[in-house]
Design a protein around this ligand. Structure first.
Ligand SMILES: CC(C)(COP(=O)(O)OP(=O)(O)OC[C@H]1O[C@@H](n2cnc3c(N)ncnc32)[C@H](O)[C@@H]1OP(=O)(O)O)[C@@H](O)C(=O)NCCC(=O)NCCS
Length: 443
């Protein structure tokens, strides 16, 4: 998805709504170091992070050059160059069932200063991002959320979950198959060269994962700030297959008090094959002098318990809604994924914001490939009696999109209606995903 990030002005509706409150909504020129640094200051403050050091500013300036960055400014502030609200966004791929990637619009850095909260600033920014997503030709917008109560009102819904997985070292006896390759320690700089290609292959395997951007890889490998205590604690291991080809890597650290068994903790594991995934997990759970291994933002459906003699060695906790999806273009979104069952379903979408509403006909062939059309343009027979159909809001469409939420669960919650008998049953079968959707990073 190629797109000129600076190619169109700030959204006129947000501009007018915020101007009416005496606020100035601007697209930040990310080549302007002073303006972008002030924006980064506001972003850190908004998330209650420490003030950025120069090294953090340099890192963020590089990353933001690849994003569309907006700030809201209050000219009456003591320092009007620091925005009172921030948001950044960029076009990127999201993996969908079937192994393809859909064009998506990632939204990040949504903050409003506590001095300006609850005046509708976030609302103006979020509605503008939906327009940006549309202008970029994205099928959907997406984000990860600090709080689950913020984004539903704009049409977002949780679509892929994540969890903390802890493995008790004493009970972690491996009984799974041996991987034919080997795991070895490598330095972060050497893995950085092959990380983009490996990460791309790993991302394609799981619906809900999004494309990794260069600065993220620098960050997880500790290359942006190699001498910090946190970066120095990181260890990188790579799995090579039996022919010596790298197929995955993981970044972990051992947290511990001196001479006390610690915990091996990891938040980044990229596996392009099942062998790589098993081998890296095995390496991570078979550490000595640790009480256990903790994986952050792991899938709620890891094969791990089936690889250990004692499945109760594995504790899954802190299960969270992690990836939030907001459908922008139902035809593009529904066409991009594949489906588990052939069938024909009419989907009526209600969208109070007026972006994605309408009636759509989804026809899936024996191979799981979809043809989708807005019903006005579809064959008249599409609305004939007997065609199965469901009626739902844009949030519910986002929730079921990746296959992480069953339509029947939302029907039981009174959030999906069927327009003819057994339509929800068909929707359940069609939207099911072979692999449980999962997102393993924050963005
Ligand atoms: C979340 C945040 C951006 C909201 O900004 P804001 O300008 O105060 O929000 P708005 O005034 O536009 O509120 C719009 C609506 O969202 C609701 N809302 C806003 N923040 C909310 C929150 N944290 N929890 C629940 N509801 C919230 C408002 O009540 C309002 O509801 P309404 O539509 O029924 O009127 C701001 O609180 C913030 O910066 N929080 C800290 C950083 C953060 O968590 N950012 C989110 C990153 S994912």
């Amino acid at each position: 998805m190629s797109f000129d990030l600076q190619g169109f002005p700030a959204d006129s509706e947000a501009l007018a709504a915020l101007a009416a409150r005496g606020l100035d909504y601007r697209l930040v020129d990310t080549t302007d170091v002073a303006a972008t640094s002030a924006w980064v200051e506001a972003d850190h403050r908004g998330f209650h992070h420490s003030r950025p050091r120069q090294i953090d500013l340099d890192f963020d300036l590089g990353m933001l050059a690849e994003r569309r960055v907006h700030g809201v400014y209050d000219p009456t502030m003591a320092d009007p160059s620091v925005p009172v609200a921030t948001v950044s966004s960029w076009p990127t791929g999201l993996s969908v069932p079937g192994g393809r990637s859909v064009d998506a619009w990632a939204v990040s850095s949504v903050t409003v200063s506590p001095t300006h909260r609850r005046r509708g600033i976030a609302r103006a920014l979020m509605l503008a991002e939906l327009q940006n997503a549309r202008a970029a030709g994205a099928a959907l917008a997406m984000l990860t959320a600090t709080e689950a109560t913020i984004y539903g009102r704009y049409g977002y819904a949780p679509a892929a979950r994540a969890a903390t997985v802890f493995v008790d070292r004493r009970r972690a006896h491996w009984v799974g198959p041996d991987a034919p390759g080997r795991v070895q320690f490598v330095d972060a700089a050497s893995i950085r060269e092959i990380a983009p290609a490996l990460a791309r292959r790993a991302v394609a395997r799981t619906p809900g994962e999004i494309d990794r951007w260069p600065a993220l890889l620098d960050h997880v490998l500790g290359l942006h700030d190699p001498e910090s205590e946190r970066s120095r604690a990181r260890r990188v291991v790579r799995y090579d297959d039996e022919r010596g080809n790298p197929q995955g890597f993981a970044v972990f650290r051992v947290t511990r008090e001196p001479n006390e068994p610690g915990v091996a903790e990891f938040d980044f594991l990229a596996a392009a094959t099942d062998d790589a995934e098993r081998a890296l997990w095995r390496f991570l759970v078979e550490q000595d002098f640790v009480s256990g291994t903790r994986g952050l933002l792991r899938s709620v459906d890891e094969p791990l318990p089936w690889l250990l003699e004692d499945p109760r060695a594995v504790t899954v906790s802190n299960v969270v809604d992690h990836l939030w999806v907001r459908v922008i273009d139902p035809v593009a979104a529904l066409s991009a994924r594949s489906y588990s069952t052939p069938g024909r379903l009419v989907i009526e979408v209600d969208d109070t914001v007026g972006i994605a509403g309408g009636r759509f006909e989804l026809v899936v062939d024996e191979r799981g490939r979809a043809e989708v059309a807005a019903i006005d343009r579809a064959d008249a027979a599409a609305s004939a009696t007997g065609v199965r159909g469901i009626r739902l809001g844009v949030r519910e469409l986002g929730a079921i999109y990746l296959g992480g939420v069953h339509p029947s669960v939302l029907a039981r919650a009174g959030r999906i209606e069927e327009t003819s008998p057994r339509s929800v049953e068909l929707a359940d079968a069609m939207f099911a995903s072979q692999r449980t959707p999962h997102l393993s990073i924050w963005f």
